[in-house]
Design a protein around this ligand. Structure first.
Ligand SMILES: Cc1cc2nc3c(=O)[nH]c(=O)nc-3n(C[C@H](O)[C@H](O)[C@H](O)COP(=O)(O)OP(=O)(O)OC[C@H]3O[C@@H](n4cnc5c(N)ncnc54)[C@H](O)[C@@H]3O)c2cc1C
Length: 504
């Protein structure tokens, strides 16, 4: 194949888009990357001043690009350190420069729609992906992108055609998830102001400070953004990843032995039987680790113990790090935590919480840190594509978490969550680059759909089976899945990005 003739577009220049571009460049393509923002780095460029990495630095990195000395030195030898968001942005920008990705990026360019035109045959009839199993199909189909370029004062709209589309638009930004309220219980009855957490980082520091100053602020949510906002103005939120002295969580939950205790999608009967037999051991390990955190963090005192066990929270990616001094602020009364099973409702003076606490929680400002609608973002982009009939389920029906069995010439990178997203999106990027390059072919559509059904139970999170997932990608790419030296290391050492550095 003559790469220079194949036009590949990437939408998004966050971690996923940068990785996708780097690996496509490495295979001889010259992709064009559109990003709506005015700098590289995606959501890390638009976050709260206090936001740090949730994953330890050692895990959150590209496989072949370590953190710079300055960040490593600041954290000392301790791998359990969490760079600030501006350090993450600098790291991503350095990666883009090092691999000449920045030369492919066109900033301030919003892809308004993506429509697949041409192409032969009906996707419902396909036996092979794209009709013939090739990443470019029979060559007659193209993605038509409508892109708005903004230069600050004016904007122009242009239409482009590409042979392959890689969507890296991020799941945790863009379209806010606003809870539905019964009539008379929504924000319209509230006398104060309601915003979504995504509006907060867009303000400069002075405006954000003025917004909350002297106000009674209620933050709704139990995810990372909720706790970050509460700290500035129920899930497991940890204060570090070393437990009981010096045992890193990676040795407990992120090695091959730990995955033996988990049922894995597509694994055979023997593997599932072994997981069942080892389940009591997994339960014990999880309880001992939970006991450590409950001793160190006053979550029980404040009625904040999560309902789910730690192991299952790892498997569903419901783990986060506490902001600095969070419980100090709870103890001195500047943050008040209240637990409420949904649905809560608004009233004129604040919020009415469900679950027994019927009294009004008074507020002047309510910040909904209630997450994002990644599915809706994809739907909007693909809405005009007649060939993508069911765009809303695209995100949850991806083979190898990357390609939809019945959507031609398109891949998605970074929509499925893991415990260190940069690592999983880089693995996806490597897999997609090889697929586009024809280094391997995906199986028949029916087999892909069976695989999607097996994996779908993981609810878009591969946290508990990340090594198993990487094994599948490695086999597809023709690479050895076992990456460690020696049996003991293979089974008990944590797996991370650096283990896959030689897969280029
Ligand atoms: C507060 C917070 C903290 C987090 N901390 C961690 C952590 O510690 N560890 C971890 O693993 N993960 C963390 N995450 C998850 C994080 O989202 C990922 O690690 C990663 O940065 C996502 O990168 P991405 O490239 O997939 O998406 P994004 O960073 O969201 O990038 C998407 C890019 O696509 C662009 N884009 C979107 N739509 C369009 C369009 N239509 N046209 C043009 N451009 C478009 C956007 O401008 C953006 O630049 C955190 C998330 C949040 C919200």
């Amino acid at each position: 194949m003559d790469h220079r003739k194949k036009r590949v577009a990437i939408v998004g220049a966050g971690t996923s888009g940068l990785a996708a571009c780097k690996h496509l460049l490495a295979r001889g393509f010259r992709p064009v990357v559109f990003d709506a923002g005015d700098s590289i780095g995606g959501q890390w460029t638009r976050t709260l001043a206090s936001t740090r990495l949730q994953s330890p630095r050692a895990g959150y990195r590209f496989s072949d690009f370590p953190w710079p000395e300055s960040v490593v030195a600041a954290g000392g030898d301790d791998d359990d350190c969490y760079p600030r968001h501006d350090q993450v942005v600098a790291y991503l920008a350095a990666y883009a420069r090092r691999f000449a990705v920045d030369e492919c990026v066109i900033l301030r360019s919003t892809v308004l729609s993506a429509e697949f035109v041409g192409g032969d045959g009906d996707a419902d009839e396909w036996e092979l992906w794209n009709g013939n199993g090739d990443a470019f199909g029979d060559g007659s189909g193209v993605w038509r992108l409508t892109v708005r370029h903004d230069d600050g004062e004016t904007s122009t709209t242009q239409v482009y055609e590409f042979d392959f589309l890689v969507l890296c638009i991020g799941r945790f930004s863009g379209v806010p998830n606003i809870p539905a309220f019964a009539d008379g219980g929504g924000p319209e009855v509230f006398r104060g102001r309601v915003i979504h957490s995504m509006e907060f980082p867009d303000m400069d520091d002075a405006d954000a400070a003025a917004l909350v100053k002297g106000k009674r602020v209620v933050v709704v949510g139990s995810g990372k953004s909720a706790f970050d906002i509460a700290a500035e103005s129920a899930r497991w939120l940890l204060h570090g990843t070393n437990v009981w002295g010096k045992v890193n969580l990676g040795y407990i939950f992120m090695n091959r032995f730990a995955e033996l205790m988990v049922r894995k999608p597509g694994a055979g009967y023997a593997s599932n039987l072994l997981a069942t037999l080892l389940a009591p051991l997994g339960w014990l390990i999880s309880k001992l680790t939970e006991a450590y955190y409950k001793k160190e963090i006053p979550m029980e005192k404040h009625n904040m113990s999560p309902e789910h066990g730690l192991a299952s929270s790892f498997s569903s990616c419901r783990i986060g790090m506490l902001p600095d001094r969070f419980y100090d602020m709870v103890n001195d009364g500047s943050i008040v935590i209240k637990r409420s099973p949904t649905p809560f409702t608004f009233c004129a003076d604040g919020l009415m919480l469900a679950g027994g606490e019927r009294a009004v929680t008074p507020a002047d400002l309510v910040i909904l840190a209630t997450g994002f609608r990644g599915d809706e973002k994809l739907r909007r982009m693909l809405a005009t594509s007649r060939r993508v009939r069911d765009a809303v389920v695209v995100a949850s029906r991806l083979y190898r978490e990357c390609v939809h069995p019945r959507v031609a010439q398109m891949a998605v990178v970074g929509y499925t969550e893991s415990l260190t997203n940069i690592h999983s999106c880089e693995m996806m990027a490597k897999w997609v680059a090889r697929l586009v390059d024809g280094a391997f072919r995906v199986p028949p559509v029916r087999r892909m759909e069976e695989s999607v059904a097996e994996w779908h139970g993981n609810a878009s999170c591969i946290g508990g089976v990340n090594i198993w997932y990487n094994d599948e990608l490695c086999r597809d790419m023709g690479c050895e899945p076992r990456r460690k030296k020696g049996m003991i290391a293979e089974w008990f050492q944590p797996y991370g990005a650096a283990d896959y550095a030689d897969i280029q």
